[in-house]
Design a protein around this ligand. Structure first.
Ligand SMILES: Nc1ccn([C@@H]2O[C@H](COP(=O)(O)O)[C@@H](O)[C@H]2O)c(=O)n1
Ligand SMILES: C[C@@]1(CO)OP(=O)(O)OP(=O)(O)OC[C@H]1O
Length: 159
């Protein structure tokens, strides 16, 4: 059996707005996240984790920020593409784990909805999808509330 592990990391900065989209869930907030797409930092990190496990480059290679068609795109497009690519290459997703790093918004109340959303896109049981959060103890750019960071891992097994 071929087992692949991939990791992903992403950051988006805060700007004007009244909500953020994290792991596919819209959360009311006093600012928004800036990006070429919907700036879903958690979904981007997870998408990169799957591309990493497949050694298929990164999200910017598949969805170049220079292409206008991805402006404002919902990030489920990216995650679905990475999941489909895994299937085409003979792999099945086994589990995924995302950590969101920010002081605010608080993620805990939204984590069940995030897990369900990610699991639905990847075709996984919710028990195989984890979403966690941590502050950075008010240190660094996440601690100052300048943006949100996310790290993710994904495990794939040969189908
Ligand atoms: N944006 C966040 C950050 C943290 N949490 C929850 O709080 C716990 C404690 O965070 P520390 O950084 O002080 O360790 C953390 O384990 C999460 O459960 C959160 O929901 N949203
Ligand atoms: C997702 C893409 C799509 O154009 O744009 P952004 O929303 O800026 O997000 P990023 O994490 O910087 O990845 C690059 C791009 O692929």
């Amino acid at each position: 059996m071929d087992i692949r592990l991939g990791n992903g990391f992403d950051v988006h900065r805060f700007g004007a707005g009244d909500h953020v989209v994290l792991c596919g869930v819209e959360i009311p907030h006093d600012r928004g996240l800036q990006g070429h797409s919907d700036a879903d930092v958690g979904m981007h990190a997870l998408t990169d984790a799957i591309y990493g496990a497949l050694a298929q480059g990164d999200i910017g290679r598949h969805f170049p920020p220079s292409e206008a068609r991805w402006k404002g795109a919902a990030s489920d497009i990216f995650l679905r593409h990475a999941s489909d690519l895994a299937g085409q290459m003979g792999f099945a997703l086994s589990n995924a784990d995302v950590t969101l790093i920010c002081e605010f918004p608080k993620i805990g109340p939204h984590a069940p909805a995030m897990r369900a959303r990610l699991a639905g896109i990847m075709g996984l049981e919710i028990s195989r999808v984890s979403v966690k959060a941590t502050t950075s103890e008010r240190l660094g750019f996440t601690g100052r509330g300048e943006g949100i960071a996310a790290i993710a891992t994904a495990t794939l097994v040969s189908a």
